[in-house]
Design a protein around this ligand. Sequence first.
Ligand code: FAD
Length: 270
Amino acid sequence: MKAPAFRYARPESLDEAIALLVEHGTDARVLAGGQSLMPMLNLRLLQPSVLVDINRLPLSEIRLQDQTLDIGALARHAEVLYSGEVAHMAPLLKLALPHVAHLAVRNRGTHGGSCALADPSAEIPACALALEASFVLRGPRGERRVPAELFFRGLYETALGADELLVRVDYPRAQPGWRYGFQEVARRHGDFAIAGLAAAARVEGGVLREARLAFFGVADRPVLVRGASVEELRERTDKMEVSGTRVYPPPFRRRLVRVLLERVTSSIEK
Ligand SMILES: Cc1cc2nc3c(=O)[nH]c(=O)nc-3n(C[C@H](O)[C@H](O)[C@H](O)COP(=O)(O)OP(=O)(O)OC[C@H]3O[C@@H](n4cnc5c(N)ncnc54)[C@H](O)[C@@H]3O)c2cc1C
């Protein structure tokens, strides 16, 4: 099926883009890599009257700051995956990105697009949660910063207002003593996960002392579990609510969650 008719705008500046979002409100949609939006239009799941193509805006930079590694909303998955600074300062993303779709999609799909879409089975939102990233949103009243824990609000729902753009995601720089683990279960490599886990943990003498586990694909948004030992993480994970479908019912997903926890914590403590 073809997409419904829409007006197309390609602003040259952030101010122009935001003015378009203010003018059209919920009738407008931001177009970034188009890897999710265009299929949704073709399937008529969305019928916006205007597409605001942000690809000419200067939002692709990956920049190392004193405290953070800032990833522009338009940085493509492939650019993030092959960035030396990301490998060094946000290594969890480097572990996760090979699991995001496949090469063609990674060449077009953007960091901001994945976060703004907030698919509950997506890898990048879970990494942002585990790494305590913050999201920089820009709208008609200027910029605001939203921590990852408050950004993801539900199924395909975020803190972004209809008149706001996600401009970048700021990740605290990796600290000495912290290790990272990533695992997911999917039907085929590159498919959205049935369940997955992105983890950051502080390890002393090979023993996990503090951890943030972000499970994805198990609820309407990524779910954070914190703990100061593997035993505590097991207890808290067992209490976590897990949703399911007819094909992957909750007991099956719960079993996957336990397996993911054991795999990731043992790889981190190794
Ligand atoms: C075959 C296939 C397999 C895939 N597999 C995976 C997978 O395994 N894991 C995974 O995580 N993803 C997967 N994806 C999705 C892919 O990662 C997309 O790139 C991503 O979800 C959306 O990024 P995009 O830049 O293409 O955004 P778009 O499709 O352009 O936009 C997606 C949504 O976000 C909004 N948006 C985009 N950028 C901004 C912004 N800066 N500010 C505000 N709103 C914005 C748009 O309005 C739209 O609603 C897959 C896609 C395909 C086609």
